[in-house]
Design a protein. Structure first.
Length: 214
């Protein structure tokens, strides 16, 4: 292995050590995937997936369903728990007995949101963090971001193209997945805390200097 290759390997190891030693700072959390209309019964099968910095505490946060017909909040779901190390937090719908048919759900509550045109809003104590509107809002009230995402067919989910990108435009950010993937995001997409990102940028600068000296 070349000097540069060894240096990159060593610096990568240091980044993981840094992330384990220093506390994780809370960063923006977003809605990354939603299945609101299952192929069969929605009961216990639908879900909302959030993506954010590992260690983020969700206690006291809300997921709100906004009715497209009149703009009213028809469902308000209280969240609890902590975003795990992979950055993905899955909220599975309650089948009615405290369990969910959604594999690997981190929280089981009633998240059977209506079909479109409607919106789902994520809030914390400071206000709105993210919002997803889906369907045809020609004569409806839109509470999402930018332009609405399409209304996915039964059994399909709406998922972000890239969970690290939020352009504040649902139409641009979301696509339809025929096969929903609760709990799965692209490899390497776990967000770093701001301090770790700054630390990493400094290390990459050192790599560049090392290459010039070789």
């Amino acid at each position: 292995m070349s000097f540069t290759g060894k240096l990159v390997l060593r610096l990568t190891q240091l980044v993981f050590v840094y992330g384990a030693v220093f506390p994780v700072a809370q960063a923006q959390t977003i809605i990354s995937e939603v299945l609101y209309d299952a192929a069969g019964t929605d009961n216990g099968n639908v879900f909302v997936e959030l993506f954010g910095t590992p260690g983020t505490v969700l206690d006291g946060w809300l997921l709100e369903g906004v009715n497209g017909s009149d703009g009213s909040v028809y469902r308000s779901v209280s969240l609890t728990g902590v975003i795990p190390l992979d950055g993905v937090f899955v909220i599975g719908d309650d089948s009615g007995d405290g369990s969910s048919l959604v594999t690997g759900a981190d929280l089981v509550v009633d998240v059977d949101f209506q079909n479109g045109p409607d919106s789902i809003v994520l809030r914390d104590d400071g206000g709105t963090l993210d919002a997803l509107g889906y369907g045809d809002f020609t004569s409806s009230i839109f509470a999402g971001e930018g332009m609405p995402a399409v209304d996915a067919l039964a059994g399909s989910s709406l998922a972000r193209f890239n969970p690290l990108v939020d352009s504040d435009n649902n139409q641009v950010d979301f696509t339809v997945l025929e096969l929903p993937t609760p709990g799965s995001v692209p490899v390497g997409a776990v967000p770093l805390p701001p301090a770790a990102a700054l630390f990493l940028s400094g290390l990459l600068g050192l790599v560049g200097m090392a290459r010039k000296r070789c």
